[in-house]
Write a protein that binds this ligand. Structure first.
Ligand code: SAM
Length: 256
């Protein structure tokens, strides 16, 4: 099976589908946690920044330079146009390979963007990007869903069926479908929007990986990152075998 995520994902690359992102995803605990970690920081990098709501909010911090990186032009278009987007330097780039030529006091990767990296090699490459951009005393945080919880089991058409009011398309029926490869813990899910105005259906097919915590621990160590706390959710509850998320908060290992 091809595990390369090089194919563009219409969920983020198609401007019409990308325009649903902010409608479906409200400000939540991950934003609040990152906003508090950013307090007092002079520089923050949001990797896989998507539509840039977090980056724009963090840029309200006085004297804070904020960069947002994402490969999807349609997401970045929304980010640049949003209120406060002009305070952020948005860069189109791949989290595995981008090199900005500067370092940051805080690097965040939210919304489970880390799960777009499908192979151990891709995950190491993304973590190397974090290590390459951290100030010596700087901190990073990201989230990846716990495979043991198998959240994808809820992403069936029956359980995910919902009705949305979209500011441009009006009433929309939305649903997901999903398949899980137990050999790799890669999940393929569809996102579908039926525009009730004209009957069109906009669809995307995405793949994300559910990496085990042991692999993340090993990969972080390999790239010279040290974890000071593993949280199990963005309320910063401790990470347990049944926590929804793995959320490492850490920094560069002192010797590296
Ligand atoms: C679920 S969204 C999360 C966006 C944002 N971080 C948030 O919290 O709302 C995943 C994001 O990862 C981005 N992405 C996909 N492939 C990527 C890559 N190779 N490097 C960095 N980001 C990537 C997508 O374009 C998308 O904006």
């Amino acid at each position: 099976m091809n595990h390369d995520n090089a194919r563009p994902d219409r969920l983020y690359e198609d401007p019409d589908i990308a325009s649903f992102y902010d409608v479906e995803n409200e400000w939540s605990a991950d934003r609040a946690c990152c906003r508090s970690l950013a307090a007092g920081c002079a520089s923050v990098l949001d990797l896989g920044c998507g539509t840039g709501d977090l980056a724009a909010e963090v840029a309200l911090e006085p004297d804070c330079t904020v960069f947002g990186v994402d490969p999807a032009a349609a997401m970045l278009d929304i980010a640049r146009r949003r209120q406060g987007g002009d305070r952020v330097t948005f860069v189109q780039g791949d989290g595995r390979t981008v090199r900005l030529g500067r370092r940051f006091e805080l690097i965040v990767m939210t919304g489970h963007a880390f799960q777009v990296f499908l192979t151990p090699e891709d995950r190491i490459a993304a973590l190397r990007t974090i290590a390459a951009h951290l100030e010596p005393g700087g901190r990073f945080i990201f989230d990846s869903r716990n495979p043991a919880v198998a959240e994808w089991r809820e992403w069936t058409p029956e359980q995910s069926s919902r009705r949305i009011e979209h500011p441009r398309f009006g009433a929309v029926e939305a649903w997901n479908d999903v398949s899980h490869d137990p050999a790799t813990d890669i999940v393929t899910y569809g996102t579908h929007y039926r525009l009730l105005g004209d009957g069109r259906v906009l669809s995307s097919h995405s793949r994300i990986a559910f990496a085990p915590r042991s692999e993340l621990e090993q990969a972080l160590k390999e790239v010279g990152l040290e974890v000071e706390a593993w949280y199990g959710d963005w309320e910063r509850r401790p990470c347990t075998p049944t926590s929804p998320d793995f959320i490492p908060l850490g920094r560069l290992r002192r010797s590296s």
